[in-house]
Write a protein that binds this ligand. Sequence first.
Ligand code: CAO
Length: 529
Amino acid sequence: MALTQVNVPDLGGIDEVEVIEICVKAGDHLENEEALIVLESDKATMEVPAPFTGTVKEILVAVGDKVSTGSHVANMETQTEASTAVEKTEAPKQDSAPVEKPVEVKKPNDNTPQEVDVVVPDLGGVDKVEIIELSVAPGDELAFEESLMVLESDKATMEIPAPHAGKLISFAVKVGDKVSQGDVVGKMLVVQTVEEKSQPVASTVASKEEKTPAKNENTKPVTTVASSNSDGSGAVHAGPAVRKLARELGVDLTQVRGSGPRDRIQKHDLHDFVKQRVNNPTSSTLSVKGSDEDFSKYGEIRETALTKIKQVTARNMVASWTTIPQVTQFDEADITELEAYRKQSMGALLPEGVKVSPLAFIVKACVKALKAFPEFNSSLGPNADTLILKQYFNIGIAVDTPDGLLVPVIKAADQKGVVEVATASSDLAKKAREKKLPMDAMSGASFTISSLGGIGGTSFTPIVNAPQVAILGVSKASYKPVWNGQEFEPRLMLPLSMSYDHRVIDGAQAARFTRYLCELLTDVRHLLL
Ligand code: CAO
């Protein structure tokens, strides 16, 4: 065994890069190239990888530290005589060179593949342990120590690693069988390496005894994972390979439902979880992080609790922002005539106490545009390979309340006239502000409008309200000089901001949709017919 420094590889001329994540801890076993720490400059994020397969002895930096090319960030220990020899002669330079990988030493002759039994190693005195997962299939090419199967006792989960690199020929067991030390569980075809050859292959318990307490000199260890995860955040049944994948995907395993025996999380559970999150992000599984910084050192501060509505909104926004590639299309509608009509003619049509703001016309225009461009009234299917086109037109209206943003829904807006829409929206806004919205008033929207027109501003970029694929932002209309071919004319222009999910909607479609919306709003007859 040899202790080897891990240095930051060549950072391409960038200096003083911040450590933003420590991916491992002392004692962790890492595969070659597995991430040790993550660095971030203002232009890029990069991982410092393990330069070889081995064990982390020490991490010498902390999150927030600044490092440069050649900085000594960790110590690792190699595990084989063969790799040790290489480390001694080719240890990475401490100055600026990228970290070298150890060279794999193969037996120089006789590479004839041999059939060998895979035998259960020392299970630490436990007998008759249940197989809960076969992690690979006959025919698979396996790396040395890759997990073959997972056993689970009352107290721990253990992986049986491949004793050699090679091809799995067959399993002699199935899920649910109970096995003990020495049982043959499968057959592999292997080409032996020097260090493997020195041990009787058929005994399977080969050469890495450094990893186990010196209980049995010839015993190859199993990887043991306690039933609850290391950060103590709850009971998680998952093997190291799944944990490694979860780290790579940035998934918190406590959020994942396992489909294996005793809810054990398997690799496909992780993939399903990620797919589901990408296609149908639910706020409840996302955490919203604030700042740990002590701002009181800069001056006086006051801390207040966020309302529940604001906390939920924060999670929804993070879910949408982090899972949907969204773009905003801007345009302006000439609503000079619409406003003249609204102010002069609508009064007589309206029931007592009902006011019609431009919003009611905008809702009607959106319904018409959604009918003409059905993709804007859709959601992606669960595997992101289908589009669910909704045949109903339920329009969510963002309402600003003292406790935060609420989005009640005008149901079946296509079946309502302008006055009915105006009545419904003012009723919903009133109830939202008085905290009197019924349970179902905020569900089922197929499209959302966020109008800041009554407040002001020239444009903004609303965030798509997932799983919907588009949202219309409305800013304050103002008079602008518009060239009519002969002269500039004062026209009342309404700024529109259409944010859309770029996985579903192309930029050209978004431009056409928004333009069509503007045309509808320009000629009020479109909306009244
Ligand atoms: N341009 C110019 N004037 C406008 C306008 C626009 N786009 N939209 C509304 N107005 C006018 C109205 O006509 C009304 O004027 P009068 O009283 O003279 O008729 C005044 O502004 C106030 O309108 P309103 O805001 O009360 O009514 P509304 O129907 O336009 O909006 C509602 C209702 C509930 C959408 C709104 O009150 C609200 O809460 N908006 C905030 C939404 C929000 O916070 N969005 C941000 C979410 S983050 O994406």
